[in-house]
Design a protein around this ligand. Structure first.
Ligand code: GLU
Length: 462
């Protein structure tokens, strides 16, 4: 069987989009599973919008996720000689030509065609210019672009692995521009040439590229090669069924990293955007994904990006972490840390491992451990029907219990309602409506600090 070669071909024109990860992950999984080659190709032909910082972020992001490429990164900006050679070949072989029409002329034609309800394609004015005219114009230095000589009224058909047969009539494309000049080739051309030169067997990418595919096939065929196979992934929509955008939520991977999502959770989540193993199994390590992945199980319908599911998965992976490892991962998020030893931090974090959904939540959950004095409204100390007088009595009792190292739970159980003891205690220790259980907190906070906080609570209601 032919060796499988896939690629991820991002344009470094902005932060790495969370949805773009899927167009890296799927070809990666497919190539590893089939012992193929996975190529990273940076499509930076758009000189104005491409930036080194976005490329760096992209490479860092892939590393963080554990998506490894076998070859590359190749940069299109460094492959100009190859493109020049291929453009020249296309012109020599009569598959491309110089077009000297001005922008204004082309625009006017387009407007006209649209006004009569036709596809706004180039009218072919320069398609058959005599060689002498072309030479003369070039000598004069007349500005030009290079267009592909698209066959007239031909059906270009390809069998998309996910969508089945897709057909396009060439009349809807016209003679499209492939280069501004020999050193400035456009996306469809460089992409097609690279897929061909890199011997890519499977192009796996977003469905927004479907209209480009027939053009790329034409280019590859004109250069004498057979096109690869194509698999176009469906859009990713938000739960509002609209395209994921900054408006509806965070879109860049760096935001998710900053929020404290784990790479394992993100991978597991992204894998299920449009892919479904067809079983009940929902938790997948990278290795398991590689084992079970197949292009046939990718769905045509749009994938829904459900952040609740990601949070759920992330919580699950957090619970699976070794507590020390989790604590170390949490430390950068805790703003109040001074010089507390790791063992102490481990105890604090372990109080919240069960309920943590993302690492960034740890700060607000545990800030009371790092404050000298808490501020809260005294009403917080009230439990159900209790009066301040009752609360005061409870706190005094619990003060005595802790001071004399008696069993807190045993004392609480003596009450008709143990909340009478446990609620005011918890509120006094944390200053919060919700927290871990008060007995656990006393154990971590220590006797001295706990007594101090109870005393302060009593002061507050006096
Ligand atoms: N560079 C293109 C993009 O970022 C992808 C091209 C491709 O995968 O064919 O949208």
């Amino acid at each position: 069987m032919k060796k499988i070669i896939t690629r991820f071909a991002p344009s470094p024109t902005g932060p790495l989009h969370i949805g773009t990860i899927r167009t890296a992950l799927f070809p990666y999984l497919f190539s590893v599973k089939n012992k193929g080659t996975f190529i990273l190709r940076i499509e930076d032909t758009d000189k104005e919008r491409s930036k080194k910082e976005w490329e760096d972020e992209l490479i860092k992001g892939l590393g963080w996720l554990g998506i490894k490429w076998d070859e590359g990164p190749f940069r299109q900006s460094e492959r100009g000689d190859l493109y020049e050679e291929k453009i020249k070949k296309l012109i020599e072989d009569g598959h491309a030509y110089y077009c000297f029409c001005t922008k204004e002329e082309v625009e006017a034609q387009k407007q006209y065609l649209m006004s009569i309800g036709e596809s706004p394609v180039y009218n072919g004015h320069c398609r058959d210019l005599p060689k002498e005219t072309v030479d003369k114009y070039l000598k004069e230095g007349k500005p030009y672009v290079i267009r592909f000589k698209t066959p007239v009224n031909k059906i270009i058909s390809f069998n998309d692995i996910i969508r089945g047969k897709i057909e396009t009539n060439t009349n809807t494309m016209g003679d499209f521009v492939i280069a501004k000049d020999f050193r400035n080739c456009l996306f469809n051309f460089t992409c097609a040439v690279d897929d061909m030169e890199m011997k890519v067997t499977h192009v796996i990418r977003g469905e927004d590229h479907i209209p480009n595919t027939p053009k790329q096939i034409l280019i590859i065929n004109a250069l004498g090669e057979k096109e690869p196979e194509y698999a176009h992934l469906s859009l990713i929509l938000g739960t509002d069924k609209k395209k994921l955008s900054k408006r509806t939520g965070k879109t860049s991977l760096s935001d998710y990293i900053r929020d404290g999502y784990l790479p394992e959770a993100i991978l597991n989540f992204i894998a299920f955007l449009g892919w479904n193993p067809g079983t009940e199994k929902e938790i997948y390590t990278m290795e398991e994904l590689i084992n079970d992945f197949s292009l046939e199980k990718i769905q045509k319908s749009p994938a829904i990006f459900n952040i609740d599911k990601l949070d759920w998965l992330n919580g699950l992976y957090i619970r699976k972490m070794q507590i020390e490892e989790l604590t170390k991962a949490c430390i950068p998020y805790i703003t109040g840390i001074k010089d507390e030893p790791l063992e102490y931090l481990v105890k604090i974090v372990s109080l919240y491992q069960e309920r943590l959904k993302k690492l960034s939540e740890i700060n607000e959950l545990t800030d009371y451990f790092f404050k000298d004095k808490l501020t809260y409204e005294k009403e917080l100390l009230l439990w159900k029907e209790m009066s301040f007088e009752d609360v005061k009595k409870s706190l005094e009792k619990i003060y005595d219990v802790i001071l004399n190292d008696k069993d807190i739970l045993e004392e609480a159980n003596k009450e008709t309602n143990r909340g009478n003891i446990l609620w005011p205690l918890r509120a006094a220790l944390t200053g919060k409506k919700n927290s871990a259980g008060p007995i656990d907190i006393v154990n971590v906070l220590g006797k001295e600090k706990s007594l101090k906080r109870i005393k302060e609570a009593i002061e507050l209601i006096k």
